[in-house]
Design a protein. Structure first.
Length: 128
């Protein structure tokens, strides 16, 4: 299932796509593209539309995210808060070097669990 951001700039897509998977009971959002102030609200709506109260774990896979701004990180923080209840888990994985720089510079890595890969995250989620 893909959710596509409708905001496009001319022929060059400056938006994002999200592919959803469930692996071993973990809801995984595989995000492609850019998340910035122009589309962060839409990104949040797309995530919230897919999540339901039965979901115990959410993983945001950023392997194909080319850029994220503080507005995009704010959405990640909102999702993390929704999964803060006992028995729930949240994390992000597979950050590119440029995205990792933004995450670290913002201190986001001190607040949110970050995993090197989807497999590493799934392994850690299953331990808990």
């Amino acid at each position: 299932v893909y959710a596509q951001n409708c905001k496009k700039k001319e022929a060059d897509s400056m938006g994002f796509d999200v592919k959803w998977e469930r692996i071993q009971g973990i809801l995984i959002a595989i995000i492609l593209g850019r998340i910035d102030s122009s589309n962060a609200d839409e990104f949040q709506k797309v995530l919230e539309a897919e999540i339901n109260s039965a979901d115990q774990a959410l993983l945001l896979d950023f392997e194909r995210v080319s850029y994220i701004s503080s507005a995009g990180l704010r959405v990640g923080l909102i999702m993390a808060k929704q999964f803060k209840a006992p028995g729930k888990q949240f994390g992000i994985c597979a950050l590119s070097d440029s995205v990792r720089e933004v995450v670290v510079a913002s201190g986001f890595d001190e607040i949110i669990s970050i995993y090197e890969s989807q497999d590493a995250a799934i392994g850690e989620f299953k331990k808990n």
